[in-house]
Design a protein around this ligand. Structure first.
Ligand code: ATP
Length: 508
């Protein structure tokens, strides 16, 4: 940190219709620092950064960058001043290579093709300098989420950046990928760059940032030096009260077997074997966790259980009824609820209003319809009620879900699924993008379902979440279940070894 001001966003106001999303925000960023931006879902973090990048125009206020006022609402100006942003949802074209993505929109196709050799060389040079492992001719669709993240960051570096903005960059990363990213941010700062980092993960914020600004109700309420605060205090600043990081889980004896999986084998979407002889059961009143580094078969397990991936062999029964051979539509009619891994691909339909997203898959059933007619006033009433119970921030039930902040979309999906009639709840990443206060609320609701006799399978890359919620944790590695552990934080190291494919006994 140089102590010199790089950026001042001063008195920024922005509203969407009746919704005030920036209410006179002031944010100052010093040269050469990592500045974390924290705040509840819908506090206005992404909107503020979009204003900074010129993607949105403020209604009032000014942006001073290196002593010069930026023209509002001009992405071109932001690029000229080397302000670059990596968004929550990646913006890469999947069927193009890395290099092709980088030159999209850059000059005439002929000159670009002629220069492709130079483009490749520059990508390799930057990738080597920052240890990113990005290959210019790799196809985006072949890359893991963590790799795509690095491609996005390198893209911004490729175009030249002085101020790099990262919007929840670690939400979809494994702990190892997160470590790598945080290390990279430090390297960038050593190279003279400045970083704004939005995150809901307080431990990361504490680890990597120099200063933190906390947003609440469309304003920056405090800016503090990271070395002078701690996670508990930051949580309190965000939410306005103490947040219980560890919820009490009442001891309950598990009941009947609800889900039974035996010797499950199936191939992944690429056609390669993904699950090998997976067997386990989930009982009523029980939360079973699946821990593992992402990419070890967890996604395929969730898809197979919901009929979205064909099962090669084995058996899956729900309340004694065989699921293998049924379509996803049939399975959806059974007493099952599903919170999917990727809300945009499977959980919601972005251009539709909240009301229609709430009734997806259930529009033809009471209370949403009777005698073949949708009951719009009942649908609106139920949507309003769900928004209240799950603290979903939006202008109203008729708002398009794409206008909601990421965390608010996730809360709506969680609420909708918990409102279904189900015996078995399948969750693949529960709290992705949800702020710390809402995480507490959502976890509480899941524990209520456990007490109500539901059987719950929780697939998660967040070990803390598994320790808090689960009765037992199964560890998955390369498509196999390699161990079962109690939710005991003292055994974190053993779980880590199993996740890395090592047996704790042999490692000892
Ligand atoms: N184009 C838009 N039209 C209407 N409302 C919008 C639009 N974009 C954002 N909003 C609203 O602005 C508010 C702030 O959204 P923003 O995405 O900045 O929140 P955030 O702090 O980044 O939240 P999260 O932590 O959930 O990502 C939200 O209530 C959102 O619904």
């Amino acid at each position: 940190m140089s102590g010199r001001q790089l950026l001042l966003m001063d008195g920024i106001h922005k509203r969407f219709g009746p919704l005030i999303v920036s209410a006179g925000v002031t944010l100052d960023i010093e040269e050469n620092e990592i500045h974390a931006l924290l705040g509840e879902n819908g506090a206005g973090k992404t909107v503020l950064m979009s204003i900074l990048c010129g993607v949105l125009s403020p209604d009032e206020g000014q942006i001073i960058f290196k002593g010069q006022a930026l023209k509002p609402g001009s992405p071109r100006q932001a690029i000229k001043h080397r302000i670059g942003m990596v968004h929550q949802h990646f913006m890469l074209v999947p069927n193009l290579t890395v290099a092709e993505n980088y030159v999209l929109g850059q000059g005439s196709p002929f000159s670009v093709i002629r220069d492709m050799k130079t483009v490749h060389a520059r990508i390799v040079e930057l990738s080597d300098r920052y240890g990113l492992g990005v290959k210019p001719d790799a196809l985006i669709s072949d890359l893991s989420v963590g790799e795509q993240q690095r491609v996005e960051i390198l893209k911004v570096l490729y175009h030249g950046v002085e101020l790099l903005i990262l919007d929840e960059p670690t939400a979809v990363l494994t702990p190892q990928e997160t470590d790598r990213l945080l290390h990279l941010l430090r390297r960038l700062v050593e190279d003279g760059k400045t970083v704004i980092f939005i995150s809901h993960k307080l431990d990361e914020v504490i680890r990597v940032s120099d200063r933190v600004s906390v947003m609440r109700d469309a304003k920056v309420v405090r800016t503090v030096k990271t070395s002078e605060t701690n996670a508990r205090e930051l949580a309190r600043m965000m939410v306005g009260r103490d947040v219980l990081m560890d919820l009490p889980r009442a001891p309950i004896e598990p009941g009947r077997v609800v889900l039974s999986v035996e010797h499950l084998n199936c191939d992944g979407e690429s056609g390669l074997p993904a699950l090998h002889g997976v067997s386990f059961q989930v009982r009523a009143n029980e939360i079973v966790g699946i821990a593992g580094v992402s990419g070890n078969g967890q996604s395929e397990l969730a898809l197979a259980l919901t009929g979205l991936l064909p099962i090669a062999s084995g058996s899956v029964t729900l309340e004694g009824a065989e699921l293998v051979g049924r379509s996803s539509h049939d399975i959806n009619q059974m007493p099952i609820a599903h919170i999917p891994e990727d809300r945009h691909r499977m959980g919601i339909v972005l251009p539709l209003p909240l009301t229609e997203n709430v009734i997806l898959q259930r529009f033809d059933k009471p209370p949403f319809s009777s005698r073949g007619m949708l009951d719009m006033s009942e649908i609106t009433r139920q949507t309003r009620d769900l928004m209240r119970r799950f603290q979903v921030k939006a202008s109203g039930p008729g708002d398009r879900i794409q206008n909601l902040s990421g965390g608010n979309q996730q809360k709506l999906v969680v609420g909708r699924e918990l409102d279904r009639r189900f015996d078995f709840l399948l969750i693949n990443q529960l709290t992705r993008g949800i702020d710390i206060g809402a995480t507490e609320l959502v976890m509480h609701k899941i524990l209520e379902q456990r007490s109500a006799g539901k059987a719950i399978l929780l697939i998660s890359t967040e070990l803390e979440e598994l320790f808090t919620l689960c009765d037992r944790i199964l560890v998955m590695y390369e498509g196999r279940l390699v161990g079962e552990m109690p939710p005991d934080r003292g055994r974190l190291e053993e779980i880590g070894l199993l996740m890395a494919g090592k047996s704790p006994m042999s490692a000892a």
